[in-house]
Every structure is written in structure tokens, then in C-alpha cells.
Design a protein around this ligand. Structure first.
Ligand code: SF4
Length: 346
């Protein structure tokens, strides 16, 4: 008889997504994302030695991996660059000097519910507290979403803030992942943003089209294609293997709807800390119609120190990248420093 524990050691011959999980609407895929470290290890055929550490990390920040993203990982390979972004580890519990819960001091820039105003001309709206995937290095892994989940009445207060400041030209939907909200909610919010005369642009920071490409459906494209606001979608992709044919198809639909596609990555030890990996990412992004925008160094969030790449190494990597890529495929290497009025180039 195979016990649960010994089953972990069995390497599956291939991924075993239920047909329903892959074919289901995005909402169902989101609801069925893997949230159990044992299940994650079992599905990827990892040795059971990984499980105790995964449970430690999971207790600090829940594991969450959608099937469509899992399907792009290599079986039995703990070094897989996609798995490393989502596999909880015991190291997350080790305190490190300088690594804190709110590395960007966002709590100091929240003048209204669900709103962060750090930079001139633009504000960030926490549109959804949920993500489709929980990235272990996320700078908002400790964010108090429960204090920043406005009701519709509270949104009116937040929107009053936007209406009162004519210097604001851009609203940034963030989260969590803003596309985890329903299209009904998003269309409601965007309709109100459109009615603010000085707003020109809508920016959406999201990882959902990458981890569940079916999120780019007719309902989403319906409100995206008709808004008067110029729309920019900033995707979050760290490795070329994240971009499969379904992601490319989703990006093509977005481009056809008039959405400008950019990407921001985080430089992560063991994931993309080589010239080859970063060059392959830029090339693959362009194949998908996405321009590289930022390469962020890690924000020092508690629990993520094991992903850190030193500034010297980051600069060396970017110098090497410049030798092999055309300028338009070069992301800007930046750090976000609390209190600064923009990202700081390294
Ligand atoms: S999708 Fe973005 S906000 Fe969500 S966990 Fe990953 S990095 Fe953080």
C-alpha cells in the first residue's frame, strides 16, 4: 500500500492536471490553485525531504500555484526557475538584518482606503487583496490587505481624493493582483476613473495573464477595449519559461485591444541571475509583444533574503546583457527606495 508520505517520493511520469482544472474558466482555475505544500511537492515529484521546509514557509505565507503555471515546471527538479519562485522554504523563517515587513514604507503613503500615493502624477489603487500565485519574494507578502480592501462606499472617498488633485494623470491598479477582481467590479471602478477629467491613463500591474492566461477573456477585453483611458499593462515575468503559447495568445488579444504591454522582473538568485537567462527572457518577451521595462533588485522583505543578488553582481549582469541585446530589449535596473520620488537606477 502506498502511504501519503511514500507517494511523495514517487516521481510522476508527467503532470496530472485534471482536465477540468485546465479547461475551466479562470475563476475556477483560480479557486483550484494548489494551496497545500504537500500537494505541490507531490505533483512535481519532489523528494519528501523538501516537505518540512515547505511547511515552515507555508505557515508564514500560504503556498498558491495555479495548474496552468505548474504545467510549465520540470518534474522532479527543485532547481526549476518557476518552482523556485513559489516553493516555500524554511529559510523564510530566519530573521535577517535589514529585511522587514514593509520594505517600501507604503503605510506612510496611504491617504485614503486602498490608495497609495508615492509619486507625482500617479496613484496606486489596491484593487484586489488576492493573487493567483504567491511569489515567495513578494514585497507585499506582509501587506495588511484587510485594512486596504475598500467597500464601494469607501471607494467613493478614495475617488474623491483623485477628483480633488488635478495633477494626477494616471491611476495604477495593483494589489494583490487587480485582475483577481471580477470584471463587474473592475468595470465599475474604471467607469468612475474615466469620469475624472484629468486622468489620462490606466495602468494595470498584474501577473494573472502569465499564471492563468485564460484570464484574458471576452469579459475583460470588453471593458478594456472601450475605455477612453490609454491602457498600459505591466506584466510580471521573471523567466523565459513562464511564457508559453497560451501566454503569447493572451498577449496578442491584449495588443489587439489596444493595450500597451510592458514587463517588470525581479532579479532573483537561482531564478534569473545569469546573462543567458535575462537575455532569453528579453527575447521571449518581445516574441510575445511585450517590452522589457524594469529589472528590480530585490526589495528587502522579511522572508526573502535567500533571493538576494548583490548590487555589484546586478550591475555586472546588466553590463553583460548590454553586450548581447539591442537597446530596446534592455530593462532598466532599478531599486525602489522609500521616500524617493521615483525608482532609483543602479
Ligand atoms: S503576483 Fe505580484 S503581488 Fe502577488 S504575490 Fe506575486 S509578486 Fe506579490
Amino acid at each position: 500500500m502506498i502511504t501519503r508520505s511514500s507517494a511523495l517520493l514517487q516521481r510522476p511520469d508527467r503532470h496530472e492536471p485534471s482536465p477540468l482544472a485546465i479547461q475551466a474558466r479562470w475563476q475556477t482555475q483560480l479557486a483550484r490553485a494548489i494551496r497545500d505544500p504537500r500537494e505541490l511537492c507531490r505533483r512535481l515529484g519532489l523528494d519528501e525531504a523538501w516537505l518540512p521546509g515547505a511547511e515552515v514557509g507555508h505557515a508564514l505565507f500560504e503556498v498558491r500555484v495555479p495548474e496552468a503555471y505548474l504545467a510549465r515546471m520540470r518534474l522532479g527538479d527543485p532547481s526549476d526557475p518557476l518552482l523556485k519562485q513559489v516553493l516555500p522554504l524554511a529559510e523564510e523563517a530566519v530573521p535577517m538584518a535589514g529585511y522587514v515587513a514593509d520594505p517600501l514604507a507604503e503605510a506612510e503613503h496611504a491617504p485614503a482606503p486602498g490608495l497609495i500615493h508615492k509619486y507625482a502624477g500617479r496613484v496606486l489603487l489596491i484593487t484586489s487583496p488576492a493573487c493567483a500565485v504567491n511569489c515567495r519574494y513578494c514585497f507585499r507578502r506582509h501587506f495588511p490587505y484587510e485594512e486596504n480592501a475598500p467597500s464601494r462606499a469607501q471607494w467613493d472617498t478614495t475617488l474623491d481624493y483623485l477628483r480633488a488633485d488635478a495633477s494626477l494623470h494616471e491611476a495604477i491598479l495593483s494589489g494583490g493582483d487587480p485582475l483577481a477582481a471580477s470584471d463587474r467590479q473592475l468595470a465599475w471602478l474604471v467607469e468612475r476613473l474615466e469620469a475624472v477629467p484629468h486622468l489620462k491613463r490606466l495602468r494595470i500591474h498584474t501577473r494573472l495573464p502569465v499564471v492563468i492566461p485564460d484570464r484574458i477573456d471576452d469579459a475583460l477585453l470588453g471593458w478594456l477595449a472601450t475605455t477612453r483611458l490609454q491602457t498600459v499593462m505591466v506584466l510580471h515575468i521573471n523567466h523565459a519559461n513562464e511564457i508559453d503559447e497560451a501566454v503569447i495568445a493572451a498577449c496578442q488579444r491584449l495588443s489587439a485591444a489596444g493595450v500597451t504591454l510592458l514587463n517588470q522582473s525581479v532579479l532573483l538568485q537561482g531564478v534569473n541571475d545569469s546573462v543567458e537567462s535575462l537575455a532569453a527572457l528579453s527575447e521571449r518577451l518581445f516574441e510575445a509583444g511585450i517590452l522589457p521595462y524594469y529589472l528590480h533588485v530585490l526589495d528587502p522583505v522579511a522572508g526573502a533574503a535567500h533571493f538576494d543578488v548583490s548590487d555589484d553582481q546586478a550591475r555586472e549582469l546588466v553590463a553583460g546583457l548590454r553586450e548581447v541585446l539591442p537597446g530596446f530589449l534592455m530593462p532598466r535596473l532599478v531599486r525602489e527606495i522609500p521616500g524617493e520620488t521615483s525608482k532609483t537606477p543602479l
